[in-house]
Design a protein around this ligand. Structure first.
Ligand code: ATP
Length: 249
């Protein structure tokens, strides 16, 4: 069954139509990129999926159920997790502590004052697994604020994964990063997608990242969907070249 179905969604801010009648489907295990020039409506589109904004019209189905009216937290519990353009971690805490908080929240232990030995062992095992998957094992005891931008992003992504999402939304995961960090974060996303068959939608400006990762790409321009297709189809699309890729080159 289709995992995410966005149907004819629009978002108006007064006179401005930031997202104009956009539809998109994401199948289980798919990695979908959303690209487009500045102000195209990408972040607004993400905010509609995650529930930080409510659409002016249209609807959003997740796993066949209409989630259009659900608050963000409810969508998280349904299985939609997201990261932000600006990394959201606790810089004064270690990588392990950051992940531990996320695991405790995900397992409902965060509100308890005391954990049984069994629960504690379970949490620790999950944290260790996430550290390993995120390539962070050797940085487990470092303060996150002292890590490279790429490792901070990896920590944030693994915190989102602690929620065991069925859909991960990544808003410009390589924003502001140098070559090496961009490469490392791209490899991490690729691993999560390929090894864990995680369904991912990502907004990304770096075309090398997009064409390396995406199964399918949707191009937004001025709030409307300009094109949709495989990386090959998008690269060959003249409207896209004219409106977007041409400007980048
Ligand atoms: N809360 C808001 N109120 C009013 N206008 C908004 C709001 N959020 C976004 N917009 C406008 O909607 C349009 C789309 O913005 P959005 O941030 O979604 O684009 P974007 O494609 O993510 O851009 P960028 O690549 O620069 O992040 C822009 O014209 C923006 O100014």
């Amino acid at each position: 069954m289709t995992l995410l179905k966005v149907e004819n969604v629009s978002k108006r801010f007064g006179e401005l139509v930031a997202v104009n009648n956009v539809s998109m489907t994401v199948e289980p295990g798919e990695l979908r990129a959303v690209i487009g020039p500045n102000g195209a409506g990408k972040t607004t589109f993400f905010n509609l999926i995650s529930g930080f904004l409510t659409q002016s019209s249209g609807r959003i189905l997740f796993d066949g159920e209409d989630i259009s009216a659900l608050l963000p937290a409810r969508r998280v519990w349904r299985g939609i997790a997201r990261t932000f353009q600006i990394t959201e971690v606790f810089p004064e805490m270690t990588t392990r502590e950051n992940l531990r908080i996320a695991v405790e929240v995900a397992s409902g232990y965060r509100t308890r004052t005391w954990l049984s030995r069994h629960a504690d062992t379970e949490v620790q095992a999950r944290v260790t697994e996430l550290l390993r998957q995120g390539g962070l094992a050797d940085k487990a005891n470092r303060l996150v604020g002292e890590l490279s931008h790429g490792d901070q992003r990896a920590t944030e992504i693994m915190m989102a994964l602690a929620l065991k999402p069925r859909l991960l939304l990544l808003d410009e995961p390589t924003a502001g990063m140098g070559e090496q960090e961009t490469y490392d974060v791209t490899q991490l996303i690729r691993r999560l997608h390929k090894d864990q068959k995680l369904s991912i939608v990502l907004i990304e400006h770096d075309m090398r990242v997009v064409f390396h990762l995406a199964d399918r790409i949707m191009v937004l321009a001025e709030g409307t969907m300009l094109a949709e297709g495989t990386p090959g189809e998008i690269a060959a699309n003249e409207a896209v070249q004219a409106a977007y890729l041409g400007k980048v080159a």
